[in-house]
Ligand binder design. Structure first.
Ligand code: SF4
Ligand code: SF4
Length: 204
Protein backbone atom coordinates (compact mmCIF):
# COMPACT_ATOMS: atom_id res chain seq x y z
CA UNK A 1 0.00 0.00 0.00
CA UNK A 2 1.15 3.53 -0.76
CA UNK A 3 1.01 6.43 1.67
CA UNK A 4 -2.10 7.70 -0.10
CA UNK A 5 -3.83 4.32 0.16
CA UNK A 6 -2.98 4.10 3.87
CA UNK A 7 -4.33 7.62 4.48
CA UNK A 8 -7.55 6.75 2.62
CA UNK A 9 -7.96 3.59 4.68
CA UNK A 10 -7.65 5.60 7.89
CA UNK A 11 -10.09 8.30 6.76
CA UNK A 12 -12.72 6.30 4.90
CA UNK A 13 -12.80 2.96 6.73
CA UNK A 14 -10.94 2.97 10.04
CA UNK A 15 -12.07 6.43 11.21
CA UNK A 16 -11.23 6.02 14.91
CA UNK A 17 -7.50 5.98 15.66
CA UNK A 18 -5.10 6.08 18.61
CA UNK A 19 -2.96 9.21 18.48
CA UNK A 20 0.10 9.48 20.74
CA UNK A 21 2.84 12.02 21.40
CA UNK A 22 5.30 13.02 24.13
CA UNK A 23 4.54 15.98 26.40
CA UNK A 24 6.93 18.67 27.60
CA UNK A 25 8.02 16.46 30.53
CA UNK A 26 8.97 13.63 28.18
CA UNK A 27 5.97 11.55 29.20
CA UNK A 28 3.70 9.76 26.73
CA UNK A 29 0.20 11.09 26.17
CA UNK A 30 -2.44 9.70 23.87
CA UNK A 31 -6.01 10.21 22.81
CA UNK A 32 -8.64 8.67 20.62
CA UNK A 33 -9.03 10.79 17.50
CA UNK A 34 -11.12 10.61 14.36
CA UNK A 35 -9.09 10.65 11.15
CA UNK A 36 -11.36 12.88 9.07
CA UNK A 37 -9.39 14.11 6.09
CA UNK A 38 -6.16 13.46 4.20
CA UNK A 39 -4.21 15.36 1.61
CA UNK A 40 -0.82 14.79 0.02
CA UNK A 41 1.00 16.04 3.14
CA UNK A 42 -0.77 14.07 5.81
CA UNK A 43 -3.84 13.70 7.98
CA UNK A 44 -6.37 15.76 9.93
CA UNK A 45 -8.00 14.56 13.15
CA UNK A 46 -10.82 15.62 15.44
CA UNK A 47 -10.60 14.99 19.15
CA UNK A 48 -11.99 16.35 22.40
CA UNK A 49 -10.55 19.77 23.15
CA UNK A 50 -9.87 19.14 26.85
CA UNK A 51 -8.00 15.87 26.29
CA UNK A 52 -4.47 15.41 27.69
CA UNK A 53 -2.86 15.34 24.27
CA UNK A 54 -4.43 18.62 23.15
CA UNK A 55 -3.31 20.31 26.36
CA UNK A 56 0.34 19.39 25.75
CA UNK A 57 0.43 20.50 22.11
CA UNK A 58 2.28 23.79 22.30
CA UNK A 59 3.82 23.53 18.84
CA UNK A 60 4.71 20.90 16.29
CA UNK A 61 5.24 17.65 18.20
CA UNK A 62 6.52 14.24 17.13
CA UNK A 63 3.53 11.92 17.10
CA UNK A 64 2.25 8.57 15.90
CA UNK A 65 -1.21 7.51 14.78
CA UNK A 66 -2.39 3.90 14.58
CA UNK A 67 -5.61 2.30 13.47
CA UNK A 68 -6.89 -1.13 12.56
CA UNK A 69 -9.47 -2.08 9.97
CA UNK A 70 -10.89 -5.31 11.27
CA UNK A 71 -14.20 -7.06 11.43
CA UNK A 72 -12.26 -10.29 11.84
CA UNK A 73 -9.32 -9.92 14.30
CA UNK A 74 -7.25 -12.40 12.30
CA UNK A 75 -7.63 -10.75 8.93
CA UNK A 76 -7.66 -6.99 9.28
CA UNK A 77 -5.11 -4.39 8.27
CA UNK A 78 -3.19 -2.19 10.71
CA UNK A 79 -1.85 1.19 9.64
CA UNK A 80 0.62 3.40 11.52
CA UNK A 81 1.72 6.90 10.48
CA UNK A 82 4.57 8.93 12.02
CA UNK A 83 4.87 12.69 11.73
CA UNK A 84 4.63 16.12 13.34
CA UNK A 85 1.37 17.00 15.07
CA UNK A 86 0.01 20.51 15.63
CA UNK A 87 -3.33 22.23 16.17
CA UNK A 88 -5.18 23.41 13.08
CA UNK A 89 -7.87 26.03 12.81
CA UNK A 90 -11.55 25.42 13.54
CA UNK A 91 -12.39 26.97 10.16
CA UNK A 92 -11.89 23.52 8.65
CA UNK A 93 -14.67 21.96 10.77
CA UNK A 94 -17.57 22.56 8.32
CA UNK A 95 -15.64 20.81 5.58
CA UNK A 96 -14.94 17.80 7.78
CA UNK A 97 -18.51 17.56 9.11
CA UNK A 98 -19.82 17.68 5.54
CA UNK A 99 -17.50 14.89 4.46
CA UNK A 100 -18.02 12.62 7.49
CA UNK A 101 -21.73 12.51 8.34
CA UNK A 102 -21.30 10.57 11.60
CA UNK A 103 -19.38 13.47 13.18
CA UNK A 104 -22.52 15.55 13.77
CA UNK A 105 -23.88 12.86 16.10
CA UNK A 106 -20.55 12.15 17.78
CA UNK A 107 -19.61 15.80 18.33
CA UNK A 108 -22.88 17.77 18.76
CA UNK A 109 -20.93 20.71 20.24
CA UNK A 110 -18.34 21.82 17.70
CA UNK A 111 -16.78 24.16 20.28
CA UNK A 112 -15.67 21.12 22.30
CA UNK A 113 -13.64 19.76 19.39
CA UNK A 114 -10.02 20.35 18.41
CA UNK A 115 -8.68 19.94 14.90
CA UNK A 116 -5.21 18.41 14.79
CA UNK A 117 -3.00 18.21 11.73
CA UNK A 118 -0.25 15.65 11.24
CA UNK A 119 2.41 16.29 8.60
CA UNK A 120 3.32 12.71 7.81
CA UNK A 121 6.96 11.63 7.57
CA UNK A 122 6.60 7.89 7.19
CA UNK A 123 4.41 4.96 8.02
CA UNK A 124 3.82 1.27 7.79
CA UNK A 125 0.99 -1.16 7.25
CA UNK A 126 0.56 -4.80 8.08
CA UNK A 127 -1.98 -7.50 7.37
CA UNK A 128 -2.96 -9.03 10.70
CA UNK A 129 -2.64 -12.45 9.09
CA UNK A 130 1.11 -11.73 8.97
CA UNK A 131 1.30 -12.47 5.27
CA UNK A 132 1.85 -8.94 3.99
CA UNK A 133 3.43 -5.78 5.29
CA UNK A 134 5.05 -2.67 3.92
CA UNK A 135 6.24 0.81 4.71
CA UNK A 136 6.29 4.21 3.04
CA UNK A 137 7.93 7.59 3.30
CA UNK A 138 6.22 10.88 2.51
CA UNK A 139 7.39 14.03 0.79
CA UNK A 140 8.81 14.94 -2.59
CA UNK A 141 11.93 13.48 -4.11
CA UNK A 142 12.32 10.63 -1.68
CA UNK A 143 15.29 8.52 -2.69
CA UNK A 144 14.71 4.85 -3.43
CA UNK A 145 14.83 2.88 -0.21
CA UNK A 146 18.08 1.11 0.55
CA UNK A 147 17.94 -2.43 1.92
CA UNK A 148 18.02 -2.51 5.71
CA UNK A 149 20.15 -4.97 7.66
CA UNK A 150 18.75 -8.36 6.82
CA UNK A 151 17.29 -7.10 3.55
CA UNK A 152 18.15 -8.41 0.09
CA UNK A 153 20.01 -6.70 -2.76
CA UNK A 154 20.33 -7.77 -6.41
CA UNK A 155 23.95 -7.69 -7.59
CA UNK A 156 25.36 -7.20 -11.10
CA UNK A 157 25.53 -10.99 -11.48
CA UNK A 158 21.81 -10.94 -12.33
CA UNK A 159 20.98 -12.32 -15.78
CA UNK A 160 17.36 -11.09 -15.77
CA UNK A 161 15.75 -14.53 -15.85
CA UNK A 162 12.77 -13.49 -13.68
CA UNK A 163 12.76 -16.53 -11.39
CA UNK A 164 13.01 -14.36 -8.28
CA UNK A 165 9.99 -12.29 -9.29
CA UNK A 166 7.94 -15.47 -9.73
CA UNK A 167 9.02 -16.69 -6.28
CA UNK A 168 8.42 -13.44 -4.39
CA UNK A 169 5.27 -13.67 -2.21
CA UNK A 170 5.03 -9.88 -2.10
CA UNK A 171 5.26 -9.30 -5.85
CA UNK A 172 7.83 -6.63 -5.05
CA UNK A 173 10.48 -7.57 -7.64
CA UNK A 174 10.47 -6.05 -11.12
CA UNK A 175 12.75 -7.49 -13.78
CA UNK A 176 14.25 -5.71 -16.76
CA UNK A 177 17.87 -6.27 -17.72
CA UNK A 178 18.33 -6.72 -14.01
CA UNK A 179 15.93 -7.49 -11.17
CA UNK A 180 15.05 -4.74 -8.72
CA UNK A 181 13.50 -5.14 -5.26
CA UNK A 182 11.05 -2.56 -3.89
CA UNK A 183 12.67 -2.46 -0.46
CA UNK A 184 9.75 -0.75 1.24
CA UNK A 185 7.55 -3.79 0.48
CA UNK A 186 10.10 -6.57 1.08
CA UNK A 187 9.37 -9.08 3.86
CA UNK A 188 13.00 -10.30 4.10
CA UNK A 189 11.76 -13.85 3.56
CA UNK A 190 14.70 -14.83 1.32
CA UNK A 191 12.65 -16.74 -1.26
CA UNK A 192 14.21 -14.70 -4.07
CA UNK A 193 17.78 -15.49 -3.00
CA UNK A 194 16.93 -19.18 -2.60
CA UNK A 195 15.48 -19.24 -6.12
CA UNK A 196 18.12 -17.31 -8.06
CA UNK A 197 20.04 -19.73 -10.34
CA UNK A 198 23.20 -17.63 -10.35
CA UNK A 199 23.30 -16.50 -6.71
CA UNK A 200 22.81 -12.87 -7.67
CA UNK A 201 20.75 -11.86 -4.61
CA UNK A 202 22.66 -11.18 -1.44
CA UNK A 203 21.43 -10.57 2.08
CA UNK A 204 22.71 -7.32 3.67
S1 SF4 B 1 13.09 -11.30 0.39
FE1 SF4 B 1 11.07 -12.19 -0.02
S2 SF4 B 1 9.69 -10.40 -0.10
FE2 SF4 B 1 11.77 -9.62 -0.28
S3 SF4 B 1 12.11 -9.48 -2.48
FE3 SF4 B 1 12.90 -11.47 -1.82
S4 SF4 B 1 11.18 -12.88 -2.14
FE4 SF4 B 1 10.34 -10.80 -2.19
S1 SF4 C 1 16.50 -14.98 -10.22
FE1 SF4 C 1 18.56 -14.08 -10.05
S2 SF4 C 1 19.27 -13.90 -12.14
FE2 SF4 C 1 17.05 -14.24 -12.26
S3 SF4 C 1 16.23 -12.16 -12.36
FE3 SF4 C 1 16.25 -12.73 -10.20
S4 SF4 C 1 18.21 -11.96 -9.45
FE4 SF4 C 1 18.33 -11.94 -11.64
Amino acid sequence: MTAKECFELLVTQIHVTALAAVNGDGLPVSCIADAVFADETGLYFLTEKDGALCKCLKSSTDAVCSGVKSEDPANGTAVTVYGKLSEAGAELLPQFFAAQKYLAEKYPDKKAVSVLCMKADSGEWKALSGKERGSFTCGAAEPAAEPQAGGYLVTDACIGCGACADACPQGCITVGDKAEIAQEECLHCGCCADTCPVGAIEQQ
